[in-house]
Design a protein around this ligand. Structure first.
Ligand code: FES
Length: 135
């Protein structure tokens, strides 16, 4: 199985079929920006963006990684909060807007808010392909 995690290709020869995407991100990839709150798809603390090719164009949607099996992201791009900005020294405009408008609150759901907001801008990115995409 293979997929793109932010801008890095991931290839897995095997994994437990009940592994969730959130478990993989937090334990195997040490990407802990996505949090586990309810672990049942209700709170949004684990939200990531999934980009998948549909009819030659990318479709973006926010998903709850706690209830998404790892195998479901095959051939997709998973965008975590760690990969939102192309430059690690700068915030993504969505993140900067959260800071400027004092929208981050406690920070637990901050990643989910950023990803959902990012997906609302998805029509502006539909002409991009997986090769030239960066949020
Ligand atoms: S941890 Fe609450 S929706 Fe995933």
């Amino acid at each position: 199985m293979q997929f793109l995690l932010n801008q890095s290709p991931v290839t897995l020869d095997e994994f437990a079929p009940d592994t969730t995407l959130l478990e993989f991100l937090r334990t195997e990839r040490v990407q802990r920006g996505s949090k586990e709150g309810c672990a049942s798809g209700d709170c949004g603390a684990c939200t990531v963006v999934l980009a998948e090719a549909v009819n030659g164009q990318l479709r973006y949607r926010s998903i709850n990684s706690c209830i998404t099996y790892l195998g479901a992201v095959e051939n997709c791009q998973v965008i975590t909060v760690e990969g939102l900005s192309p430059n690690t020294s700068e915030l993504h405009p969505v993140q900067q807007a959260m800071v400027d408008q004092h929208g981050s609150q406690c920070g637990f759901w901050y990643t989910g808010l950023c990803h959902v907001t990012l997906c609302h801008d998805a029509p502006n990115r539909r002409k991009r392909t997986p090769k030239n995409y960066h949020p």
